[in-house]
Write a protein that binds this ligand. Structure first.
Ligand code: BGC
Length: 501
């Protein structure tokens, strides 16, 4: 099968599956609504007045979708060669198993936005947890290529949905002074999920426990965080801003009181009044409204998300072992350890990002990250073109670590933070859907073409890295011209400023 045929087949499968799943997502949202209402009714006043949750629980569980995002995208690098030999697949079939999750994610992100503006963030987080459970269970028990592709598309829908829902949910719960750091928890969970996936790849490789193949354990281990997300989702409060938009001020006040334990009721009331005032000016939402009232936000969100991918981050996250095997002749086990090292740098740098996110302007951090990435990619490219490849493995590793650090303290978290905060309330769900879908589209393009590019440059990593370096440089004028500064402002202030543009 040619790449074009594979891509066409992928698109058809994805379109059919998306339509079917969009309908079932809506049905599941209804079921979730009924289930939650039943639980809340059964727990009656106890549930709302003596809610046993504190805000760390709420933010950690709220961000858990990020961990599944990282895990499900990271796990396949180790599992796919094993599945390929077990099922006797062709190279293009294996490639499709990897990329089908990205197609599903794009569809999941696009279809969830309107539903989340209608049904609320919480219910759809529960729906995505259920999809994570179904997808992970099917992956672990897949009997052949088609079942595996179906499972990966379902997982993709869940990943895409979580990636559009979580940033808006976290931004809507956080107080403005800490919104950057708390929203960065989503990216922290993504990087943790990637690291767990690498660890699970290493841990299960060659261990066919209880008679089941190693790759089944690798993929099946995602059931644990998926179950946690489901439990967390049932216990999490709905977003107060969504509740205000639906006219449920009483519960919005309750949730705000619950998550603002450090301030008094008068301040909670002030925050609620500000939310109500802006919500009152809002229109009823929908795609047309998104294009009418939120065009500057949409341009910023889509651009940020495309650049986040076109700087080539996933050439490293998904394909690093292959780069070191093909480019520098590393044995497979050593190459996997290189990627574990990079996973650690990614995770630790994101912890730093969480700590500094509310101290520096977001735009300044984005530009800093772009400069670090441009410089490291440029040196990498020149070095690999003019130097002797035999001695370049270690300097390449060090430069890739700098590049990852540049990404992890800036574009990694900030892209997701921004799509949660720059859209007006009435179109926030659908707006972050578009932003998130752009991210998955960019991811799909890079993942599809990276190995082809590497091959076209005779396995010299200088080629693809030079192209990514150009995008990293171009991202600087984009940020200066199109991205609004959001640090320290309330979502309502951001909304007023953006609509004045
Ligand atoms: C990106 C992912 C990437 C991850 C790496 C995220 O912000 O959206 O595509 O794999 O960062 O840490």
């Amino acid at each position: 099968m040619t790449t074009a045929n594979t891509a066409a087949a992928s698109t058809n499968v994805a379109t059919d599956a998306t339509e079917a799943l969009e309908n079932s997502a809506s049905a599941m949202a209804n079921i979730a609504t009924n289930t939650i209402e039943t639980i809340e009714a059964a727990e009656s006043r106890r549930f709302s007045s003596r809610f046993p949750l504190n805000s760390s629980f709420i933010f950690t569980f709220g961000a858990l979708g990020g961990m599944l995002f990282g895990f499900d995208t990271g796990i396949i690098s180790g599992a796919s060669p094993l599945i390929e030999s077990d099922f006797g697949l062709s190279v293009s079939q294996t490639g499709f198993i990897t990329s089908s999750v990205l197609i599903g994610s794009c569809a999941g992100a696009l279809s969830i936005g309107a539903l989340s503006d209608k049904f609320g963030r919480k219910k759809l987080l529960i729906v995505s947890a259920i999809l994570f459970l179904i997808g992970s269970g099917m992956c672990a028990t897949a009997t052949g290529f088609l079942m595996m592709v179906a499972a990966r598309i379902i997982l993709g829908l869940a990943v895409g949905a979580a990636s559009a829902l979580t940033p808006a949910y976290l931004a809507e719960l956080a107080p403005k002074e800490r919104r950057g750091s708390l929203s960065t928890l989503f990216q922290l969970m993504i990087t943790f999920g990637i690291l767990l996936a690498y660890a699970s790849n290493l841990g299960f490789l060659g261990h066919n426990l209880l008679g089941a193949r190693d790759w089944r354990w690798m993929l099946g281990s995602a059931l644990v965080p998926a179950a946690l997300l489901l439990i967390g989702g049932i216990m999490l409060p709905e977003s107060p801003r969504y509740l205000v938009n639906k006219g449920d001020e009483r519960n919005a006040f309750k949730v705000l009181t619950l998550i603002r334990k450090d301030v008094d009721q008068a301040q909670v009331q002030l925050e609620l009044d500000e939310i109500k005032a802006v919500a009152a000016q809002d229109t009823k939402g929908g795609v047309r409204e998104l294009f009418r009232i939120a065009r500057p936000a949409l341009v910023a969100a889509i651009g940020i998300m495309l650049f986040q991918q076109l700087v080539g981050i996933n050439s490293v996250i998904y394909f690093l072992p292959q780069v070191f095997i093909k480019g520098f002749g590393f044995p497979e086990a050593d190459a996997i350890w290189v990627s574990v090292g990079i996973g650690v740098v990614n995770f630790v740098s994101t912890i730093v990002a969480t700590m500094i996110m509310d101290k520096f302007p977001r735009k300044g951090m984005l530009i800093f990250g772009s400069i670090v990435m441009t410089v490291s990619l440029a040196i990498l490219a020149v070095m690999n073109f003019v130097g002797d490849v035999a001695v370049l493995a270690v300097p390449t590793m060090i430069l890739i670590a700098f590049y990852i650090l540049g990404f992890a303290v800036s574009w990694g978290p900030i892209a997701w933070v921004l799509i949660g905060e720059i859209f007006p309330l009435s179109v926030r769900g659908i707006g972050s859907s578009f932003g998130s879908a752009a991210n998955w589209l960019g991811n799909f393009i890079v993942s599809q073409f990276f190995l082809v590019l590497l091959d076209a440059f005779g396995n010299n990593v200088g080629g693809p890295f030079a192209i990514f370096g150009v995008f990293a440089a171009l991202s600087i004028p984009f940020v200066l011209r199109f991205v609004p500064e959001t640090k320290g402002k309330s979502l309502e202030e951001i909304e007023q400023e953006i609509s004045r543009h």
